[in-house]
Design a protein. Structure first.
Length: 193
């Protein structure tokens, strides 16, 4: 297996951005990995250092095929930069936070797609969503009630300390890179952190 994408998915409040930041801190100097900034039709915040796009730029980019992957969720447009396709095809592992609803399409259109689910107990999700109090989060009950089943190679329970959960993510990504670069390693499995 050469390169490809690792899609990080999970419910709102699971801590996906936190674990991705910790994984990027651990692996950012390793040339096998790419952690692209998402395009989002909102300003960057303390929760995500995204690249802000206008609604028009998002619509035009999607129509022109400028994105490797794009979707709408919670009234916002999200996209992964188009050049990430070249990075994946060149053998690098591209790690992205995406919507669970876009995984099936990604598996059809992107090379070598793997999925990591990050989740937590419902009461933990509710507490985290209430604490961050982002207006764009909309109705918290709707977010918490959304169930989108996705088959994943690795499931990480992020309901304790984030460093432990991030260590599981980093280990999974290293195994994936070892496979991508032709070195055998154990098959990634389900983990509880």
């Amino acid at each position: 297996m050469r390169g490809g994408f690792v899609l990080v998915v999970g419910p709102s409040g699971a801590g996906k951005d936190t674990l991705l930041r910790l994984a990027r801190d651990a692996l950012g100097q390793d040339p096998r990995f790419v952690f692209p900034r998402r395009f989002v039709t909102r300003a960057p915040s303390a929760h995500e250092d995204n690249v802000a796009l206008t609604e028009d730029a998002f619509t035009e980019g999607a129509a022109a095929g400028a994105f490797a992957l794009h979707w709408r969720a919670h009234g916002l447009g999200y996209a992964i930069p188009g050049e990430m396709l070249d990075q994946a095809r060149s053998g690098r592992v591209v790690i992205c936070n995406v919507s669970r609803r876009i995984v099936a399409q990604a598996r059809e259109t992107l090379p070598n797609v793997g999925v990591v689910t990050i989740t937590a107990a419902p009461e933990v999700l509710a507490r985290r969503l209430a604490a961050r109090a982002r207006p764009e989060d909309g109705d918290l009950r709707t977010r918490l009630d959304r169930v989108v089943p996705v088959e994943a190679e690795c499931t990480i329970w992020n309901d304790r300390d984030p460093d432990s959960a991030a260590a599981v993510l980093v280990a999974h990504l290293r195994k994936r890179a070892a496979l991508a670069f032709g070195r055998p390693g154990p098959h990634p499995g389900r983990s509880r952190a």
